[in-house]
Ligand binder design. Structure first.
Ligand code: MG
Ligand code: ZN
Length: 222
């Protein structure tokens, strides 16, 4: 008897993710999947990004959490369309959940979609959502050893943001060693040290977002 379990789940997920991607492309929406441990600063980064791009780029947000709508409430205070997904125990977002969220967003009014995944450095890395880019946030208090412990997450990242660099004077975190470890796993990754508190590095992050939005746009426009 043939036993297929996880492979089929992931196979079905990839198909739905491709459908999501086609929908996003047809509406000219550039989507970023934001992943990190709980408390690394995903919601803070979204709020900073909204603040910087207000009036320039129309942003939409999908918030993934096991429960509550606390983060979505913070986003909606900024008058940005937001859909909260409560996974009800699942520790990651999948393409199907994302698809239901997309059905409930006015995509024609959105140019940049920020998807905040469930706080988790493990299985969030395994599920495609249909996003254009994957961004991993690692904060200074978590320690610089995480690329060794969670290599898949750093392998699949397009960008790694080192957040809370304002805490560097108080904590032992070797930015150079960390960056070297990340590049050892992933040669094409871009790394930006940032602080959502002091706003250091946010300019560079936002420039990356704008440049990548533009480079993904032509297909959507033709
Ligand atoms: Mg959050
Ligand atoms: Zn999971």
């Amino acid at each position: 008897m043939e036993i297929k379990v996880l492979k089929d789940i992931l196979g079905a997920n990839e198909q739905i993710a491709e459908r999501n991607r086609r929908l996003l492309d047809s509406k000219g929406v550039f989507a970023i999947n934001l992943m990190s441990s709980p408390g690394a600063g995903k919601t803070s980064l979204i709020l900073e990004t909204i603040r910087r791009l207000e009036g320039k780029v129309r942003i939409g947000v999908i918030e993934g959490d096991v429960s509550s709508s606390l983060d979505a409430e913070k986003i909606s205070e900024r008058k940005v369309p937001v859909i909260q997904i409560n996974t009800g125990g699942e520790c990651h977002l999948d393409a199907n959940m994302t698809s239901r969220a997309l059905d409930n967003l006015a995509l024609e009014d959105i140019e940049l979609l920020l998807i905040e995944n469930v706080g988790n450095l493990i299985c969030t890395a395994e599920f495609q959502l249909g996003e254009h880019k994957k961004v991993v946030i690692l904060s200074v208090p978590e320690g610089d050893d995480k690329p060794y412990k969670y290599p898949l997450m750093f392998h699949i990242a397009d960008v790694v943001l080192i957040n809370k660099i304002d805490l560097l004077p108080y904590l032992k975190f070797d930015i150079e060693g960390f960056s070297k470890a990340v590049r050892g796993i992933n040669q094409k990754v871009e790394i930006f040290p940032i602080s959502c508190t002091t706003h250091q590095g946010i300019e560079e992050w936002v420039s990356w977002v704008m440049a990548n939005m533009r480079s993904s746009a032509p297909e959507a426009l033709t």
